[in-house]
Design a protein around this ligand. Structure first.
Ligand code: DAH
Length: 341
């Protein structure tokens, strides 16, 4: 009996110390479990009462139950204290917080203006029923020139200052070779656009050694120059707004006959003539009716099939849209430029 009473006394001492010392609700609960939990030491003594002789059970039981009630009370009291302390701490922190201070802005990245613009142009043609086709950047001379009606030593090859890799392999100078690749493997009707990167030996404010083009090709029966004009006028209105005016000026490309260049009214002066456009008009793309020689190269019957094609420089189209005066801005990755889009 003496032993049991003594251990109750030491439980009281230790538990009281533990309860006082607990500084969080979690610590306090650990103390509770240690003495009052299912395997707690006080619980153990209470359980052993049943096997004690009657006299011992009475006095030990009385003491153990008193202690149980006491510890319960102290834990409750300490819980209230800790909760109040926490509330005071949070209030103190809130008092130091000035919620009227302006927030700190974090910069979010976004798509590069070129990617944005390319997507915008592509979307215009997707809405018209064109689908996307792509080809390799490293191209055979055959696809880049020969099948496009420019055999070896054809003078028109000079229109493209070319990075040759070998005598027969080069970095494509335009996206036109994708026309050939698609027609070689598919039968008409064909309606594709081909966004992609091209390369030229060139560098100044309006020429970069790598640039992006979007080529269009439409092949079917009875395709007319009117279809070409209508399609490109729709494109110009979608990108530059309904007020834009356009005109088609006769030109020459070996793969189209007749060929034309499309001009739009200058976006800077609105068509009255300025330092940039001189005449009020600026050229945005090349186009024409697919030359029968191109159809022959891919095995189409030129009597049966007709088509139009066009090719535009994405940087150029976007420079006119956003009035950017130097193509190199697209590649320098100066955030002061990029953030404007
Ligand atoms: N490939 C030409 C260039 O890079 C642009 C072009 C002109 C594409 C006429 C065409 C076209 O499809 O029909 O300058």
């Amino acid at each position: 009996m003496k032993a049991a009473i003594e251990s109750l006394a030491s439980i009281e001492q230790e538990a009281s110390k533990g309860i006082e010392g607990a500084s969080t609700l979690h610590e306090l609960d650990q103390v509770r479990v240690r003495y009052l939990g299912r395997k707690g030491s006080l619980t153990g003594i209470l359980r052993s009462l049943a096997s004690m002789p009657a006299e011992e059970r009475r006095s030990v039981g009385k003491e153990a139950n008193r202690l149980k009630a006491l510890l319960g009370q102290r834990i409750e009291e300490r819980t209230r204290q800790i909760t109040e302390e926490m509330a005071r701490r949070v209030e103190g922190q809130a008092a130091q917080l000035d919620v009227t201070l302006p927030g700190r802005k974090t910069w979010l990245g976004h798509k590069h203006p070129l990617s944005q613009g390319l997507q915008e142009i592509v979307d215009v043609f997707l809405r018209m029923g064109f689908s996307i086709a792509v080809g390799p950047d490293v191209e055979w001379d055959y696809y880049n020139f020969e099948a496009l009606n420019m055999p070896a030593d054809h003078p028109a090859r000079d229109m493209w200052s070319t990075f040759f890799i070998t005598d027969t392999m080069l970095l494509r100078t335009h996206t036109s070779p994708v026309q050939i690749r698609v027609m070689e493997r598919e039968k008409p009707p064909i309606r594709i656009i081909t966004p992609g990167r091209c390369y030229r030996v060139d560098l100044d404010a309006s020429h970069a050694p790598n640039l992006h083009q979007i080529e269009g090709l439409y092949v079917d029966r009875d395709v007319s120059l009117g279809d070409l004009k209508g399609t490109l006028e729709l494109f110009a209105a979608a990108v530059y707004g309904d007020d834009v005016k356009s005109r088609f000026v006769p030109s020459y490309f070996p793969f189209t006959e007749p060929s034309a260049e499309m001009y739009i009214s200058c976006t800077i002066c609105g068509g009255t003539g300025c330092r940039v456009c001189h005449s009020g008009w600026v050229e945005i793309l090349g186009c024409g009716m697919v030359d029968p020689a191109v159809f022959e190269a891919v095995g189409y019957d030129a009597e049966e099939w007709t088509g139009f094609a066009f090719g535009m420089g994405v940087e150029r189209v976007l420079m006119l849209k956003h009035r950017i005066d130097d193509i190199r801005l697209f590649y320098e990755n100066d955030v002061r430029f990029l953030r404007q889009f």
